[in-house]
Write a new protein. Structure first.
Length: 471
């Protein structure tokens, strides 16, 4: 049984054939080394004999609990990791500061509407930034790890407050015995050598928004006077790429119908020296411009898989290939990540507006749908509890019946509220490929995952049928 090709993965979803190989408990897929079953609850992969594969396939559409009974007999479905119960209230361990609700670019699709979030242009005052840091430490204990992120708009418009807030947080973290990480998302047009030295000193994760190479980027990310920004950004970030040791400089590419040549973009940015390169589809923009539709998402899936195949080739050859989406997927699948939410928004992570109001994340600034309190008064626990209850994946349609629900978590809240779920087939197609790639890499380069052989993993989990190795 062979791995599915890019075209076959796309075709499978559009013809509805996926129902033949999955239900909400399991997903069957093939690799060159044989058939596999992905057990949804607990995100576990088992290699299975052909006859077991056929038996599971025949039971998938049967009514009642026959399939579950069979899986329990095999010893692969004997524990429920996720129930209908919403998560408990979380202490805040990460905040992003909308330190500048203004921007020097006019990106056509910007969710923040040139950084203003539908309001007036403004900078965050230092007092608000300091109070935000204090709030971040309020529920921490010695030894905890927290993250302070700077976003906008364009955060470097308010450079002095960014510097001062970081220095305050660094000092406070030492006093509290708390480990702290820093990050910034920037369009890169205002970065100077002093910023590079500052980010290096404090070990920032620096994310640069670059939407393709040259003209591809310039078509969607222009300055307020209509000029392209690619050459300016590249010239400004090259010194950072050369000096990065403590800091990590990554490229974040928003994928629109205008920049679908992902493999070329990935190779170009890796060649420039980025620590990692990641892609994210544009699914919702305030004016509807450059949103990805099903046709473009199909093309993107094919491109993503080509990038993934490049990743596989490099890993097998013992070479580094920092394709972020693939690195992250391999890590999460190997850990057996399973979650009823897509991210920490509204739980352990909150966004702070320039005025000091709290929101579920940076995308909800000035949006009542995600309002969570204020820096001065703290998190509104009732709103937080209602949020966690509302967005549990078991209560989302059609998510609760989807085999990918605990890897996906139901999708970005902001995008779901504003557009629904247009990318479900894309997400399932990508995860299908990633599961296959994981099995291949675990067999060919188990050391990539920190193990010597797949047998070492098998020993960790006992199954009742000895012919079924677990990955």
């Amino acid at each position: 049984m062979k791995d599915l090709s890019v075209l076959e993965i796309n075709d499978q979803f559009h013809k509805g054939k996926e129902s033949e190989s999955c239900n909400h408990d399991v997903f069957l897929f093939n690799t060159d080394s044989g058939p596999q079953v992905f057990v949804v609850d607990g995100s576990r992969i088992y290699g299975i004999p052909d006859d077991v594969y056929e038996e599971i396939a025949s039971l998938i559409n049967a009514k009642g609990s026959t399939l579950n009974s069979f899986l329990e007999k095999l010893g692969v479905l004997n524990h429920h990791y996720i129930t209908d119960k919403p998560a408990g209230l979380f202490p805040v361990k990460a905040v992003s500061l909308a330190i500048a609700q203004k921007c020097n670019l006019s990106c056509a699709y910007c969710y923040a509407q040139e950084g203003r979030f539908g309001g007036d242009s403004k900078n965050m005052e230092l007092e608000v930034a300091i109070d935000s840091v204090k709030r971040l430490f309020k529920e921490c204990s010695s030894g905890d790890r927290v993250n302070l992120a700077f976003m906008g708009g364009e955060p470097l418009v308010n450079r002095s407050v960014l510097y001062a807030a970081t220095e305050f947080a660094h000092k406070a973290a030492k006093e509290e015995g708390v480990k702290i990480g820093y990050s910034i998302t920037t369009n890169g047009t205002l970065i100077n050598p002093e910023d590079g030295g500052f980010f290096e000193k404090y070990g920032f994760a620096v994310s640069i928004s670059l939407d393709g190479i040259g003209k591809d980027h310039d078509r969607t990310r222009q300055s307020n006077n209509g000029q392209g920004s690619y050459k300016e950004i590249v010239s400004r970030i090259k010194p950072l790429l050369q000096m990065q040791r403590n800091m990590q400089v990554s490229a974040r590419v928003t994928v629109t119908p205008l920049n679908l040549n992902l493999r070329e973009t990935l190779n170009e940015f890796i060649g420039l020296g980025f620590h990692s390169v990641g892609f994210s589809p544009m699914l919702n923009s305030p004016n509807g411009k450059y949103q990805m539709e099903s046709r473009e998402l199909d093309i993107m899936l094919g491109q993503m898989i080509e990038c993934g195949q490049g990743f596989e080739e490099h890993v097998i050859a013992g070479k580094r290939y920092p394709f972020f989406n693939m690195v992250s997927a391999m890590q999460e699948i190997h850990k057996g990540t399973h979650r009823p939410y897509p991210c920490g928004a509204g739980a352990g992570y909150l966004g702070v507006s320039a005025d000091g109001d709290l929101y579920a994340c940076h995308r909800f600034v000035n949006d009542e749908d995600g309002a969570m309190g204020s820096i001065m008064d703290g998190v509104n626990k009732e709103k937080q509890a209602a949020w966690l209850s509302r967005w549990h994946v078991h209560f989302q349609e059609p998510c609760k019946e989807c085999w990918a629900r605990y890897l996906c978590g139901g999708g970005c809240y902001y995008e779901v509220i504003n557009r629904g779920r247009p990318a479900c087939d894309y997400i399932r197609g990508w995860l299908h490929y990633c599961l296959q790639a994981y099995v291949r890499l675990l067999e060919k380069r188990p050391d990539y995952f920190g193990v010597q052989t797949t047998a070492d993993i098998s020993k960790k989990t006992k199954v009742k049928n000895d012919s079924i190795p677990i990955y």
